[in-house]
Design a protein around this ligand. Structure first.
Ligand code: HEM
Length: 421
């Protein structure tokens, strides 16, 4: 098959990402911990690598966010109070001791043996999505790989994790629901229409998730149902919160990683060919090392989660500053991952760098549960694409990938920072 001729859409987002990179650089040079009035009407912002890592491990900073979504009208806010209340029960937003209890219930689904069992299915998904592309040729219309691959794949993979693939609820509507929910969770000011669609998507998802929980005891929802039955989960809301969190936690993030990764490699065909040679020359084991290295560098340089949030749990002094209980604090991962104190020439693409990149997945108790899954998914995409298109596909003009850094956190959207990507 020939390569798609114009695989990308939406360079606006890329341009905005660069603009924020410059802003973050200015804040980073101002200090490791700076007060920014434009977030939440005032918030601490952690800008450097060492301090970001420390903040994510500091028990005096809570993951419980009390901030509300910025809704465009009150009716929309009412509508979504239920969804917000539900999400507050999810692993990502609860502190110890509940966090440890919930994490122990979810972790087996992301253990090496479970991921190994998923790997063949992920490859089949990549192949099937690419098979749907029209055959190549100069007369072919441009192909949008975002629509064909990087957008649908993460939703399908999460569907696999949740045991939804292969049952009668596996279909295009699942992708639509995931998107509607993710769009709502990522929107700076969700409109009433978006809120309603997210609400409807959630309601539509509950039935299949609960059915899988009842009918497939070996699936993740089935194991959570068993935990509900024996009291390890407190109630049905808590069960649903974990499943809904997984749907969005791994969707926008992986999608933007795949977009920025392919864009970087295809914009400079020499990079793509060098990767192809490394994989071919090294054999399956070390070829994997070359793939893993480019995935790590994309996670570092174009971190899909721009920032994550905490709330100060008690008054304390840190980095010469006095933090007060209740104040919001943002850990700017994409600034920390471009911190020249940690990385030489941080804007350069250097897949052979050493440690430090893993901060893209967070750190400490809340470190990403889907990190290994993400790496398998991204490496599979690269391996299959290298086989199909040993020459880098042409990336149209100045267009960029739809690689806007995503976020996990629906609660920490800055109230008055219009335009924050
Ligand atoms: C947590 C990044 C993909 C599930 C996190 C955190 C980060 C992160 C930074 C920590 C947030 C914090 O401390 O506030 C990423 C990136 C991804 C990715 C960059 C892909 C490019 C996934 C996938 C899944 C997933 C595919 C699962 C399907 C989770 C979960 C947590 C989490 C469940 C919460 C862990 C906890 O609170 O204990 N992720 N993630 N992530 N991620 Fe991911």
């Amino acid at each position: 098959m020939n390569a798609p001729r114009e695989p990308w859409t939406d360079d606006r987002l890329l341009a905005r990402g660069d603009a924020w990179g410059q802003t973050f650089e200015a804040w980073r040079e101002e200090g490791a911990l700076v007060w920014r009035p434009e977030f939440f009407g005032g918030a601490w912002v952690v800008t450097r690598h060492a301090q970001a890592q420390a903040a994510l491990r500091d028990p005096r900073l809570s993951v419980r966010r009390t901030g509300a979504w910025v809704m465009s009208d009150d009716a929309a806010r009412q509508q979504l109070r239920g969804l917000q209340g539900l999400m507050a029960r999810a692993l990502l937003f609860v502190d110890a001791p509940d966090h440890g209890r919930l994490r122990a219930l979810l972790a087996p689904a992301f253990a090496p043996a479970a991921l190994q069992a998923l790997a063949a299915g992920i490859e089949a998904d990549v192949q099937a999505l690419l098979d749907a592309l029209p055959a190549g040729g100069d007369a072919d219309p441009p192909v949008d790989l975002v629509a064909t691959l990087t957008r649908p794949l993460p939703a399908r993979v999460i569907g696999r994790c949740l045991g939804l693939v292969g049952c009668d609820c596996d279909g295009p509507e699942f992708l639509a629901w995931s998107e509607e929910l993710a769009q709502f969770l990522a929107a700076p000011e969700p409109s009433r229409a978006l809120a309603l669609r997210a609400q409807r998507a959630l309601l539509a998802m509950v039935e299949p998730l609960e059915r899988v929980a009842r009918e497939r005891p070996d699936s993740l929802p089935g194991r959570l149902q068993a935990a509900l039955d024996d009291g390890r989960l407190h109630d049905r809301q808590e069960l649903l919160a974990q499943l809904v969190m997984l749907l969005f936690a791994g969707y926008e993030t992986t999608r933007h990683l795949l977009g920025s990764l392919l864009l970087t490699l295809w914009r400079d065909p020499a990079r793509w060919q060098a990767l192809g040679r490394a994989v071919a020359a090294d054999g399956p084991a070390t070829g994997r090392a070359a793939l893993a290295a480019v995935v790590r560098e994309a996670l570092r340089r174009d971190c899909p989660v721009r920032y994550t949030a905490r709330r100060v749990a008690c008054d304390f002094e840190w980095d010469g500053q006095r933090l007060r209980r209740g104040q919001p604090l943002l850990v700017l991962l994409s600034s920390a991952l471009r911190d020249p104190r940690q990385f030489d020439a941080p804007l350069d693409w250097r897949p052979q760098r050493g440690s430090g990149w893993a901060l893209a997945f967070g750190s400490g108790a809340h470190v990403c549960l889907g990190a290994a899954l993400t790496q398998i998914e991204a490496e599979t995409v690269l391996r299959v694409l290298l086989q199909r298109w040993p020459q880098a596909p042409r990336v149209a003009g100045p267009a960029g990938a739809s690689h806007r850094p995503g976020r996990h956190d629906p609660h920490d959207r800055p109230a008055d920072a219009a335009g924050v990507p």
